[in-house]
Design a binder for this molecule. Structure first.
Ligand SMILES: C[S@@+](CC[C@H](N)C(=O)[O-])C[C@H]1O[C@@H](n2cnc3c(N)ncnc32)[C@H](O)[C@@H]1O
Length: 395
């Protein structure tokens, strides 16, 4: 394919992508549609890894024009899929790219449906200034530049190699927004205050810098997450007294966590068999993995992680460990029921069951019935209204 052929094919694929995003209800306004139809996503992902449907461990395969052909590469670049560009914080060896399994993606071009729904949720107009955290490939930054003008866009990327590539891709498209290579959790006060802050990576709580750097009445759109799972997308309105409040939005989107907030490398010590107190419980580990109850469990145990492991007799137990205070809960099947053994400074499973009971008493509402209040002193997720049952986010 010659370059003009690529441009022609890409323009058609962009229209198809825009049609798909509009049909799904993600792309709602003509102005964002114009941005999706204009920005060449393939320029931002000259090579990437795409998830395969192989059973078992999640596996990604390399995709470049040389490896799969220009036509296939181009079609994948415009698929409504997340395209991974970095694993484990290390650069990919593109001299000899191999399939990758069981790795932790650390940079990507996010799922277009999620990118455009967040941009729609950002509720901008022509004069809006935006601080974006997590430049990544620069694709979402380019959409913002198209919609608002590059002079209204500031974007921060923490990884120098990723940031350098994004700068190149944006310049190729003729965009020169303010790009910073630093920790976006600190924002960039020099160019603030901003009308909007949008984060394309997950955070455990809303950084106070983002609130300080948002104009009163401005919006923050970000995903909250823990070390077990994502909590979801929130949209907060910043007040004029340094507080912010808003609701979780519908859907179950997930982002990679901010690098500075990643879970500790070690999962912690597996408790000795004679440690802790054992009792029966009505809830097994599926509570942690099911969408809505998993959300509640994440709120109840903000510092926990879990894994399952067979004992010598083949019985599979699930270990829930708090990375910060050595609390543990071990779930073991007992006939058709479960037992839990808990120890450490707090009883993790008691906390989960209390939270679950509150949620069930309210008719097990979806996460969009929960909201968040952020003050300079504390961050709380609440159910129903700000004086309803609430859970603290880690500080
Ligand atoms: C999902 S990717 C961003 C996708 C991007 N918006 C796009 O459209 O290509 C998340 C990015 O956030 C970056 N990141 C993680 N922690 C960060 C931090 N504290 N400050 C700034 N960037 C961060 C990662 O290096 C990664 O490139």
């Amino acid at each position: 394919m010659t370059d003009p052929d690529i441009d022609l094919a890409a323009a058609k694929l962009r229209q198809q992508l825009a049609d798909h995003l509009a049909a799904g209800g993600w792309l709602r306004s003509p102005t964002w549609r114009a941005a999706v139809e204009a920005i060449p996503r393939h320029v931002f992902v000259p090579r990437f890894y795409a998830e395969t449907d192989a059973p078992g461990l999640t596996t990604w395969k390399p995709v470049t024009p040389q490896l799969v052909g220009v036509d296939k590469w181009l079609r994948q670049a415009y698929a409504d899929e997340t395209l991974i560009t970095q694993f484990g914080g290390r650069e990919i060896d593109w001299a000899d790219p191999q399939p990758i399994s069981n790795a932790r993606p650390t940079s990507s071009s996010t799922l277009p449906a999620l990118v455009v729904r967040m941009l729609e949720d950002l509720d901008v107009n022509e004069d809006t200034t935006v601080l974006e955290i997590g430049t990544g490939t620069g694709y979402s930054t380019a959409l913002l530049c198209h919609r608002l003008g590059a002079h209204r866009v500031t974007s921060i990327e923490t990884d120098p190699a990723v940031a350098a590539r994004a700068r190149g891709h944006l310049a190729h498209c003729g965009y020169r927004p303010r790009l910073l290579t630093c920790d976006g959790l600190l924002g960039y006060p020099e160019a603030g205050p901003y009308d909007r802050v949008i984060a394309t990576m997950g955070v455990r709580s809303i950084p106070s810098a983002w609130i300080k750097q948002t104009r009163p009445g401005g919006l923050i759109v970000a995903t909250l997450r823990g070390w077990m799972r994502s909590l979801g997308l929130v949209r907060l309105t910043v007040d004029d007294n340094g507080t912010a409040q808003g609701h979780f939005l519908s859907g179950d989107p997930s982002f990679m966590i901010a690098r500075q907030q990643d879970a500790p490398e070690s999962l912690g010590m597996i408790p000795a068999p004679d440690e802790g107190e054992t009792r029966a419980t009505a809830h097994g580990p599926e509570l942690l993995t099911m969408a809505d109850s998993g959300f509640v469990a994440q709120l109840a145990m903000p510092n926990a992680r879990f894994f399952s492991m067979p004992a010598d007799d083949g019985t599979v137990s699930t270990y829930v460990l708090d990375a910060t205070n050595d609390a543990f809960a071990t779930l073991t099947p007992s006939g058709d029921e479960w037992t839990v053994r808990q120890g450490g400074p707090v009883n993790l499973w008691d906390d989960v069951e209390r939270s679950l009971a509150l949620w069930q008493a309210a008719d097990s509402p979806a996460p969009s019935e929960f909201g968040v209040t952020v003050t300079p002193d504390a961050q709380r997720v609440w159910l129903g209204s700000s004086d309803g049952p609430s859970w603290h986010l880690p500080g």
